[in-house]
Design a protein around this ligand. Structure first.
Ligand SMILES: Nc1ncnc2c1ncn2[C@@H]1O[C@H](COP(=O)(O)OP(=O)(O)OP(=O)(O)O)[C@@H](O)[C@H]1O
Ligand SMILES: [Mg+2]
Length: 286
């Protein structure tokens, strides 16, 4: 196993997450460079970025806008090629995975812009990847999509609705069901609760927690929302300066000394999201 030495794993502390000593990463980015543009306008988004994600984790990626969080998810999904370094899933380059057997059976993705196919109803959106595969009779495809629809907290009568007639929370649920239709072991979530009101966001976090437990998924999530981060993450990775600067349990990372981390976790929103955690810690310490 390659040691990602420059990730500063903040260990210890209440709730500190340590992967099992013999665990092998499911996802591994090693010395990753992502560059865009050509000639003088060429620029790097990631430089020597290292990240290991272990089976069963919910790892949350945070970082300022434009620091390359979505680009990193696209690298993991195999939609982009590293300029240098490697990104692998179960030891195989993620690019190779997407070119090999069906990508949707290896990785599910909830995109930041979570768009559904507007011309398809809910069930046909969910069934899309399974139907594209072309190996199963339509009745089996529909049954499998119906199972995922209900797993995502939707009702059978929602199956024939069109995307334009859904609420924001329902669109997220359909997008989640669609990303899970092939039972991938790995789920990537880009801002899953963005645009939801606090109640919708709490409900979607509960759903993600349930689905994670029921399906034994590994999840990599990008979020700016601290309530979502503290509700779900086993570990947090901070993207800054073109690398993963810090990884660790949420409340440990929140204490790290770095301008972005201080601004992100210790601003007004951060204090509010951390209140129950700090209360719990104080109770344990007293
Ligand atoms: N295909 C592309 N071609 C050129 N530049 C790109 C491409 N995709 C992303 N970028 C650039 O890479 C940088 C990182 O983009 P990315 O979408 O990963 O940011 P982010 O961290 O997800 O930001 P946000 O929090 O706002 O979603 C940005 O400067 C973006 O403009
Ligand atoms: Mg993004």
């Amino acid at each position: 196993m390659t040691a990602n030495v420059q990730n500063r794993l903040i260990d210890g502390g209440v709730g500190g997450y340590q992967p099992p000593p013999d665990a092998r990463p499911l996802v591994q980015a090693t010395d990753l460079w992502t560059e865009f543009g050509a000639g003088e306008s060429r620029f790097a988004v990631h430089q020597d970025l290292n990240l290991d994600v272990y089976p069963g984790e919910i790892l949350t990626l945070v970082g300022g806008s434009g620091t390359g969080k979505t680009v990193l998810l696209r690298q993991i999904l195999g939609l982009l090629s590293p300029s240098r370094g490697t990104v692998s899933i179960s030891g195989r380059p993620s690019r190779e995975a997407i070119n090999g057997e069906l990508a949707a059976s290896r990785v599910g993705m909830l995109f930041q812009q979570g768009a559904l196919y507007s011309a398809f109803n809910v069930l046909d959106n969910i069934a899309f990847a399974l139907r594209e595969q072309g190996t199963l009779p339509d009745s089996v495809v529909r049954d499998a999509a119906m199972v995922k629809l209900q797993m995502a907290g939707l009702k059978p009568e929602h199956a024939t609705r069109m995307p334009a007639d859904l609420s924001g929370g329902m669109i997220k649920r359909v997008a989640l069901a669609r990303s899970l239709v092939m039972d991938p072991p790995l789920l990537l979530l880009d801002e899953p609760t963005a645009g939801l009101d606090p109640q919708g966001s709490d409900e979607f976090c509960d759903l993600l927690r349930e689905v994670h437990g029921e399906l034994g998924l590994t999840v990599i999530m990008v979020t700016h929302d601290l309530d979502t981060l503290f509700a779900l993450s086993t570990r947090v990775a901070v993207l800054a300066e073109k690398k993963v600067l810090v990884t660790g349990a949420p409340r440990d990372v929140a204490q790290a000394k770095h301008p972005f981390i201080e601004h992100f976790f210790q601003g007004e929103r951060g204090r509010r999201a951390m209140t129950p955690v700090q209360g719990g810690q104080a109770a344990e310490e007293s």
